[in-house]
Design a protein around this ligand. Sequence first.
Ligand code: ADP
Length: 402
Amino acid sequence: MSPGQSRTPYDGTPVVAPVVAPVVAIVGGGQLARMLAEPAAAMGVPLRLLAEAPGVSAAQVIPDHVVGDYTDLATLRDLVTGCRVVTFDHEHVPTDHLHALEDLGVAVRPGPDALVHAQDKVVMRGALAGLGAPVPRFRVVTDTDEVVDFGLPCVLKTGRGGYDGKGVWFVGTPDECAPAFEAAAATGVAILAEERVDFRRELSALVARSPSGQAAAYPVVESVQRDGICHEVVAPAPGLPDHLATRAQELALRIARELDVTGILAVELFETVDGRILVNELAMRPHNTGHWTQDGAVTSQFENHLRAVLDLPLGSPVARAPWTVMVNILGGPADVGGRLYDGYPHALARDPGLRVHLYGKEPRPGRKVGHVNAYGDDLQECRERARHAAAWFAGELGDESE
Ligand code: ADP
């Protein structure tokens, strides 16, 4: 010890500083919850997770987790004890349970009355039509005769429980309607008939909104879907006329405000061949069409979701580069699977600017196991880099591409 310094004897006070930030509970252990953990760590916000099984994607990175059933109210009550806020990786928690959690004094964000619009397509279509938002022509149908009356060809959708194109039937003849009504009979959910929209492409308008009403709109993106699954996202949507981009952002902000959404709202849109935009779907959580923001925007959708549910000021949604391309990594065919960690040496050496996000999931066929982001000044180059890397991780390219 140098002269002038003195040592105070240790008095038994804990050396670990108490955690003063509020704890945020998350229901659902998928990749969205996993990706919330990164900004939470950076912001010093503790997370507590309800995972559906041991070792799922988010449980690997959130040590404070319990494994349980999100349809069980007692499990949800235990989860939120000591938490200020509860938010979601998915939209499937029963509405009554969410009201019960609010009665306990925990902030449910987004709240049950907003979330129901992302849980139930019939409720969502009705509410949007009530707001005067542009939506495809639709009607609830109970049998094939009503579908014929509505007009074939059309699209049938299960009101609840659909995802990634499951629960969506493209029907051209009366015979083709049977599977939708069989599914409805088995689950008791309503079936919605919708006009089949002749669209140029699919767009997504993502906004974050806080309980005190601050909102931030991200650039409108193009999303490329195949078989109902998002494959690629380009930010911003190439060639989208300014007036349509502004209209889409204003529409998303208005929907967020009118439905009192807190956190991220993704508004999935069709850009029709005759230059209109129609709302297809709403999601009230970080969304696949916003994964590009992790590397391509000043504030990622995950950080803004956390800030929003904590009612903190939102971060800038502005893009960092002229273009960002996100490509999902899907599990390859059963005999190929895909390369996960083993894919790094080639992918990272080939492209030092590439950003890779893997979810810690087994690469089963068609399953989303990660994504890559490439950003830069040249759209074609970003596309090539992102597509190459995603195909490499998916096991679609041979070793000769090294
Ligand atoms: P999910 O809940 O599975 O995401 P969506 O309602 O988004 O279901 O439909 C999945 C995909 O089906 C959409 O991304 C779009 O490509 C196509 N689709 C959905 N509705 C229509 C429609 N009315 N007209 C044309 N295509 C549609």
